[in-house]
Design a binder for this molecule. Structure first.
Ligand code: ARG
Length: 458
């Protein structure tokens, strides 16, 4: 059934119907559509635009449709154009003439704008919860690994010793910012477009404050043309999800590297790895690779939506229907990736001995050796040169700085004394770094206290 057959003399071409229809994907919005319609008729009745009898019949009918779709008793068939037409047609079929009054003072333009906002709002909260769960795991790993020494890298070259807690803390910060981005979007988008009509409001005395409050919005939107053509919040969400995926992807890249035979910093649990059909020895980090791979899809949604919107004159244009598949896919992908990533992270084993041995092996204490000289009166630039010579010497002899004898040290600079060995121990290098945000245990404990409060309050 069509909502708009009146002025047409011919049937729609079947290919046109298929091309135009959105029901195959916007059926995801059936609950939001019904929720919005119930608020609308409640307001219409209160304003005297609809009788209480019709209001009751419509609300009962809509609730029945909702239950039947959920239970499977009512199948969503493709004959209808979109979820709005589907619900309205079934309402009329069920309750007769009263159903024909549902759309009074409303257009599908404000209806779809509302449905998408209700859906997005719910999904933002769910995604935020998934990120919070991930943060709780990162917090646990941090607490357990304040003393777990590992190399920190720059250019993927060993740089300075850090701890696993410190490394995990970097991701804690990223996902914490991701949550705050979601929060910002929620705050900006949470205004109700219902009552904007097709583009110019309506002549009925609608109470837009009332519908906004019934649907838990902060208030009604202030411009009816903007209300039906604003998709900014979806673009912002795709952007925030792109950043979440970028963070997950970087983390995955590290997990893939740490899981290699060469590094062996971690062991991914069997339940989160996969094998090879030909090479019996293989245990592959497919989940991490897939999360990294799916990042491109989410970026794609952002660019697609930006491009779709860029040339649209005000107000509604059908181009905007393209928002749905992009946003639904990006949301499902991002949520799925957070969940799978979290499961993988929670079950992996850190091979702390290998991490420590790796930190020992790569001259990660060279900066500390230079700082030792500085503390004994040598200018930093000279100290840098001296330690450079030491490193060259060690590379030649295939030993580490801590394996050099004091005579060997003194041969290069007489400033070295016995206490150099303590100064370049991994533990010393880490524990002396206690500026805010640094890996030293004292500094990290303060950060953990901040994170604990954050997790309790947010
Ligand atoms: N399926 C449409 C969309 O997603 C609903 C709005 C239709 N409005 C219209 N004037 N054709 O955008």
């Amino acid at each position: 059934m069509k909502l708009w057959g009146g002025r047409f003399t011919k049937e729609t071409n079947q290919l046109v119907h298929n091309f135009n229809a959105s029901l195959s994907f916007d059926q995801k919005l059936f609950e939001e559509d019904i929720q919005g319609s119930i608020a609308h008729v409640t307001m219409l009745a209160k304003q005297g635009i609809l009788s209480e009898q019709d209001e009751k019949a419509i609300i009962d009918g809509l609730n029945g449709i909702c239950e039947d779709i959920k239970s499977g008793a009512l199948a969503i068939d493709e004959e209808h154009e979109d979820i709005h037409s589907f619900v309205e047609a079934h309402l009329i079929q069920r309750i007769g003439d009263a159903g024909k009054r549902l759309h009074t003072g409303r257009s599908r333009n404000d209806q779809v704008a509302l449905d998408m906002k209700l859906y997005t709002r719910k999904e933002i909260l769910e995604m935020d919860k998934l990120l919070k769960d991930l943060l709780a795991s990162l917090y646990r790993i941090m607490q357990e690994n304040l003393d777990t020494i590992m190399p920190g890298f720059t250019h993927l070259q060993k740089a300075q010793p850090i701890t696993l807690a410190h490394h995990m803390g970097a991701y804690f910060e990223m996902f914490k910012r991701d949550r705050s981005r979601l929060h910002d979007i929620y705050e900006r988008m949470n205004y109700c477009p219902l009552g904007s009509g097709a583009l110019a409001g309506t002549t009925y005395p609608l109470d837009r404050e009332m519908t906004a409050s019934l649907l838990d919005f902060y208030g009604p939107t202030q411009n009816s043309m903007d209300s039906v053509s604003d998709r900014d919040y979806l673009i912002e969400l795709c952007s925030a999800m792109s950043v979440i995926m970028m963070h997950l992807s970087r983390f995955c890249e590290e997990i893939i590297i740490w899981n290699t035979n060469e590094y062996q910093f971690i062991e991914i649990d069997d339940s989160y790895s996969t094998g090879s059909s030909i090479m019996p020895q293989k245990k592959n980090p497919d989940i991490a690779e897939l999360v990294r791979g799916k990042t491109g899809r989410v970026y794609g949604s952002l660019i697609s939506l930006l491009t779709t919107m860029k040339g649209l004159s005000l107000a509604y244009n059908k181009d905007m229907q393209e928002d749905k598949e992009l946003v639904f896919d990006a949301i499902d992908t991002t949520k799925g990736c957070i969940v799978l990533f979290h499961g993988m992270l929670d079950t992996l084993t850190f091979r702390k001995d290998n991490m420590r041995a790796s930190a020992e092996g790569g001259f990660t204490n060279a900066t500390d050796a230079a700082d030792y000289l500085v503390s004994h009166g040598v200018a930093f630039r000279d100290a840098h040169g001296i330690i450079g010579q030491l490193v060259l010497y060690c590379i030649d002899k295939n030993i580490s700085l801590s394996e050099m004898t004091l005579e060997e040290y003194k041969a290069i600079s007489p400033v070295f004394e016995e206490d150099i060995y303590d100064a370049i121990r991994m533990e010393t290098c880490v524990s002396r770094r206690n500026t805010i945000g640094a890996p030293g245990q004292e500094a990290m404990k303060q950060v953990l206290a901040v994170y604990k409060d954050y997790l309790e309050q947010n």
